[in-house]
Design a protein around this ligand. Structure first.
Ligand code: ADP
Ligand code: CDP
Length: 224
């Protein structure tokens, strides 16, 4: 089993970009778990399923042919033969993803898939990021981090990525999604043994350094 670095946090805190860069610098694998929930929402929509109906969402699981690599340099997400890497980031997917993520059968199914990917990892470590990694997916991970930032900063970061979308819409959507997601798992407060990294006042490189610092403190032999 590789060394697991578990990272949770709210939308726009930097989980994905920071975890990917940490993995690259340490020669580890990287797993973005949110991509699977997004891809399932995409798949349900593409199959003409009503994402408000939990039973229909569950019925789409057997045909959900999900593939994601763990190489931080070659990040790509596929459903069957379709490359959905860009499509799953679109605002209309962000708007419906919480509906599929709250279905217990969906979570059980995807958590099993994540654990399989972690067990198969060939790099010496893997950085796994999402909402329930430190508490449910890998509660025994030797390094567990909650990556946070103020809501204002998180909205500003997401808005900077979505230049064609009005900032008020992006802000409202991010707030609404965090609120819905927080009813399913708590990713706003650090569980016992989880170290908080607050990136509000840090730039990207400083945040990467802070996360590597937490890994170094917990596992000195893992980081030269
Ligand atoms: N500490 C930081 N300072 C400035 N920008 C950051 C920082 N961390 C992440 N970003 C940027 O903010 C945006 C959102 O980060 P992302 O990794 O997608 O967050 P999450 O996966 O938590 O939603 C990205 O454009 C990323 O490059
Ligand atoms: N471990 C996880 C990861 C994501 N998710 C769900 O997947 C959605 C997309 O996650 P994401 O990490 O891509 O979202 P961002 O933080 O990048 O905006 C979240 O809004 C949650 O509904 C989850 O329920 N559990």
């Amino acid at each position: 089993m590789p060394l697991v670095v578990a990272v949770d946090g709210p939308a726009g805190s930097g989980k994905s970009s920071v975890s990917k860069e940490v993995a690259r610098q340490l020669g580890y694998g990287f797993l973005d778990t949110g991509a699977a929930y997004r891809a399932l929402a995409w798949h349900a929509e593409a199959s003409g399923i009503d994402t408000d109906d939990a039973a229909s969402v569950v019925s789409s699981l057997p045909s959900f042919a999900y593939r994601i690599g763990t190489d931080p340099a070659g990040y790509a997400v596929h459903v069957g033969e379709v490359d959905v890497t860009t499509a799953i980031r679109e605002p209309h997917i962000s708007a419906i993803v919480s509906r599929v993520a709250k279905v217990p059968e969906v979570r059980t199914h995807l958590i099993e898939l994540f654990r399989g990917i972690m067990a198969d990892e060939r790099h010496p470590g893997i950085v796994v990021e999402g909402r329930d990694i430190t508490t449910v997916v890998a509660p025994d991970a030797p390094v567990r981090i909650l990556l946070t930032a103020s809501e204002e900063v998180r909205i500003a970061r997401r808005s900077a990525e979505l230049v064609d979308v009005p900032a008020e819409y992006t802000g409202e959507q991010l707030r609404r999604r965090d609120e819905a997601d927080a009813k399913v798992v708590d990713f706003m407060t650090a569980a016992d043994g989880v170290t908080t990294v607050d990136s509000t006042e840090l730039d990207f490189d400083q945040t990467v350094e802070a996360v590597i610092g937490v890994i170094r403190a917990a596992q000195p032999e893992a980081v030269r």
